[in-house]
Structures are given as structure tokens and as C-alpha cells.
Design a protein around this ligand. Structure first.
Ligand code: AMP
Length: 211
């Protein structure tokens, strides 16, 4: 059983690293952002409640998120462990998680603020499969069309400038305190991102193996 959390600001790459590490360790990558977007797409009760908050870059209520994650980690595919990405984002969520299940290690991805702002302000996404591109740095081969699934590429509402500012403010206020929370539990591991994503993935894997 390997239970991990990836912490870091929006745009720090936690989603990318979690999705690369998940098939290597053969445990599911659980992103609360992806789960919520799926609910919004399917117009579920959760989706209808969450949509407005998400578009504005605000946090969805702790109650909705905690119930959603509890249900997800009780599923069969999580019996050998999981990687959480985008959860917890508040101390209340971290306290609730602690009551549900113990976590082994929390990986905090450190990326300079300028890099985060540059990444987020140019981010575009495939509306169908969710693959992430960048207006300047990761350009799809055919303009506006996803290389992977040929879906239409869009700019997520919450990647627009106002929402990006809000998301970073909320990270500072609500999510940063989690660093001390997990430091105090003695399970925080900070990783500085190095040149290539491949090297960073190897570095994270080496840290995980040490434990
Ligand atoms: P993400 O893809 O992780 O950036 O999440 C997109 C949006 O979903 C966030 O801006 C929030 O509105 C919402 N969200 C995702 N995870 C959480 C969470 N743990 N707590 C509250 N809201 C969340």
C-alpha cells in the first residue's frame, strides 16, 4: 500500500508528475479537479453545485470534496494505494483525510512563482481528453486540434487571467498551510524541479523508493 499526495501551487506540474508516476507504481492517480470536471460534464448534482466556483477559480466546499474523495478511495482499484493530486487543499480536508486513511508521503513540488504564472497564463487544454498544451511552449501540431484524440482545444474558464490570480491567492491562503501540517507529521518531502520532466520524475521516484 503506497499512499501519496502531491502538493504544489496550480501550474507546478503536480498533475503531470502524478500521471507519469501512476503507471510506473501501478496505482491510480486521483485528481479532484478531474473528478469535478467529469461531474460538470455529466451535469451531476455535484457538478451543478461546483461549476460556478470552479469557473471563478474558487474552492468547492470541503463537504462535497471530502465525500467525493472518500467514495473514490474506497473503490477496488485503490486497495494497493493511490496518488492524490489537488487534494487536500485546506486544513479541514487534510484533517478529514487523516481520519479516513493515513498517508505515507507528501511530495511538495517547488517551482518559482514567475514560472507558474507564465505556465498558467498560456495554458490550453483538450476539451475532450484533458491533455494540456501551452500557447507558446507546447503547441499542438495542428492549430486548435488535440494531437492525441483530435478533440477541440479550449482555454479552460479557470485558466483565464482573473481566475488564475484568484487560484494563486487561494493557494497562498488555504493550501500553503498544509506544508507545515505535513512537515509536523514528518512526511513532507520537497522536490525542486530540475531541467527536464524526465529527470524530475526520476528524482521523485528515487525519493519514493528511499521510504
Ligand atoms: P485543479 O484541476 O486541481 O486545478 O482543480 C480545478 C478546480 O476544481 C479548482 O480551482 C477548484 O475550484 C476545484 N477543486 C479541485 N480540487 C479541490 C479541492 N481539493 N478542494 C476544493 N476545490 C477543489
Amino acid at each position: 500500500m503506497v499512499k501519496k499526495i502531491f502538493l504544489g501551487a496550480p501550474g507546478s506540474g503536480k498533475g503531470t508528475y502524478s500521471s507519469r508516476i501512476s503507471p510506473i507504481l501501478k496505482i491510480p492517480h486521483i485528481s479532484t479537479g478531474d473528478l469535478l470536471r467529469e461531474n460538470v460534464k455529466n451535469k451531476t448534482k455535484i457538478g451543478l453545485k461546483a461549476q460556478d466556483y470552479m469557473n471563478k477559480g474558487l474552492l468547492v466546499s470541503d463537504e462535497i470534496i471530502i465525500n467525493m474523495i472518500k467514495e473514490r478511495i474506497e473503490q477496488e482499484d485503490c486497495k494497493n494505494g493511490f496518488i492524490l493530486d489537488g487534494f487536500p487543499r485546506t486544513i479541514a480536508q487534510a484533517e478529514a483525510l487523516k481520519k479516513i486513511i493515513g498517508i505515507d508521503v507528501v511530495i511538495k513540488i517547488n517551482v518559482p512563482n514567475e514560472v507558474i504564472i507564465e505556465r498558467l497564463s498560456g495554458r490550453i487544454t483538450c476539451g475532450k481528453c484533458g491533455k494540456i498544451y501551452h500557447k507558446k511552449f507546447i503547441i499542438p501540431k495542428k492549430e486548435g486540434v488535440c494531437d492525441k484524440c483530435e478533440g477541440k482545444i479550449i482555454e479552460r474558464e479557470d485558466d483565464k487571467e482573473e481566475a488564475v490570480k484568484k487560484r494563486l491567492e487561494i493557494y497562498e491562503e488555504s493550501t500553503k498551510p498544509l506544508i507545515d501540517f505535513y512537515k509536523n507529521l514528518g512526511i513532507l518531502k520537497e522536490i525542486g524541479v530540475i531541467s527536464s520532466p524526465d529527470e524530475t520524475v526520476s528524482l521523485i521516484l528515487r525519493e519514493l523508493i528511499k521510504r
